[in-house]
Each structure stands twice: as structure tokens, then as C-alpha cells.
Design a protein around this ligand. Structure first.
Ligand SMILES: Cc1cc2nc3c(=O)[nH]c(=O)nc-3n(C[C@H](O)[C@H](O)[C@H](O)COP(=O)(O)O)c2cc1C
Length: 190
């Protein structure tokens, strides 16, 4: 069996899905930030948290506006995902540069949604955990919008696996095929 070794304490929970987070302040400054550290925290009521480094332009905007939108990109949006994760809105207008379109949010006051993303979650910040290099924003999902072709039975969001976009250790990843349905895999050994 392969021998395990102790290495320095690190963050390795990979792969992670990628999201585009949109933020804006009351002066009308917008940013789109690529975020790998986003995750569901509670189903009912719904919460999605994001970890944002203190030096990001978006960080200060979220602290001021106390809101953000999570926009799910598809694999064909890889170029804009990479761009929004490499350039700061301090220097560039990311909506203008990428050609992405702003769509009005239903419940947020400042931030826009990204029209090209098939799923948008509008979040209001209820708590901020100061952890060090990153702050963790606890966002209550106050509205969700999804393309109708991503909706299955009873309004459930069901994307095609080949549209997913994930990330691990500096590499973008796609998912080629599902492995099976939840709850249908385990077979007890007789
Ligand atoms: C794949 C990828 C994942 C990223 N994940 C995060 C993240 O989880 N948190 C974060 O603060 N920055 C993350 N970044 C970096 C920001 O997206 C990047 O610094 C961005 O330019 C910040 O924009 P802003 O200064 O307009 O806020 C990621 C970048 C990439 C390319």
C-alpha cells in the first residue's frame, strides 16, 4: 500500500466548482470575480458562502453593500472565467471587456446578474468571518433564477454534466459523464 506522509497544513478540497460573483457599490462600481471557494452552507433557509481575499477590489465592495450574486458559468465561458479571475475591476471594466451582459437582480439593491449564466443566486450578507488572508461571507440566498432548459421535475435545477466547470491545483476541469444516481450506488455485501 502507498505510504502517506505528513505535509504542511493546507487547503485541499478539490476539485471545486467555479462561480462568477458579481458585486457593485452605491457609486455604481461593478466587479465580476471568479471564485473557487464558494459553497452551500444550509438548505433551509438557503445559504451560500464565499471566501474572498482582503486585497480584492470586490472584498471592500461586499463589505459596504452587504450583498453579492453567484452566477454559474458553463464550460464554454472558460475564457471569461479566466479573465475575471486575473484582472481587477480597479483597473478594468470587466463587463465591457468580456461582453457579458448585466441583468437586473430581483432582490439585490446594487449588484447585477450575468445574463449569459444559466443560474443566478442573489445573496444578502448576514455574517462575515475574519479568518486571515480571506474573509468568509455568509450569504443568505434571497432569490434564484435559472434558464428553463436547466429545469427538471418540480423546478429542480438539473444541468448537463458536460456544462460544468471545475478547478483543481491550477487546472480547469470538465466533467465528461455522470457516475450514477445518489442513493443507487451502494449495495450491501450479503
Ligand atoms: C480559478 C480561480 C479561482 C479563484 N478563486 C478565488 C477565491 O475563491 N477567492 C478570491 O478571493 N479570489 C479568487 N480568485 C482570484 C480573483 O478572481 C482575482 O484576484 C480577481 O482579479 C479579483 O478581482 P477584483 O479585484 O475586481 O475583486 C480566483 C481566480 C481564479 C482564476
Amino acid at each position: 500500500m502507498t505510504k502517506k506522509r505528513d505535509v504542511s497544513a493546507t487547503v485541499f478540497v478539490n476539485p471545486v466548482p467555479l462561480v462568477l460573483v458579481t458585486v457593485a457599490d452605491r457609486r455604481g462600481r461593478h466587479s465580476i470575480i471568479t471564485v473557487g471557494w464558494a459553497g452551500g452552507m444550509c438548505a433551509d433557509p438557503p445559504y451560500v458562502g464565499i471566501a474572498v481575499r482582503l486585497d480584492r477590489f470586490s472584498h471592500d465592495i461586499i463589505c459596504e453593500s452587504r450583498e453579492y450574486a453567484i452566477n454559474l458559468p458553463t464550460r464554454d465561458m472558460l475564457e471569461v472565467v479566466d479573465y475575471c479571475g486575473s484582472v481587477s475591476a480597479r483597473e478594468r471594466d470587466k463587463f465591457a471587456d468580456t461582453g457579458l451582459h448585466r441583468e437586473a437582480a430581483t432582490r439585490l439593491q446594487w449588484a447585477s446578474l450575468i445574463r449569459e449564466c444559466p443560474v443566478n443566486l442573489e445573496c444578502r450578507v448576514e455574517d462575515i468571518l475574519s479568518l486571515g488572508q480571506h474573509d468568509f461571507f455568509v450569504g443568505r440566498v434571497v432569490a434564484t433564477r435559472a434558464h428553463s432548459d436547466w429545469l427538471g421535475e418540480r423546478g429542480r435545477i438539473c444541468p448537463l454534466p458536460r456544462e460544468y466547470l471545475a478547478y483543481s491545483s491550477g487546472e480547469y476541469l470538465g466533467i465528461e459523464a455522470p457516475l450514477g444516481r445518489r442513493g443507487k450506488i451502494f449495495r450491501p455485501r450479503a
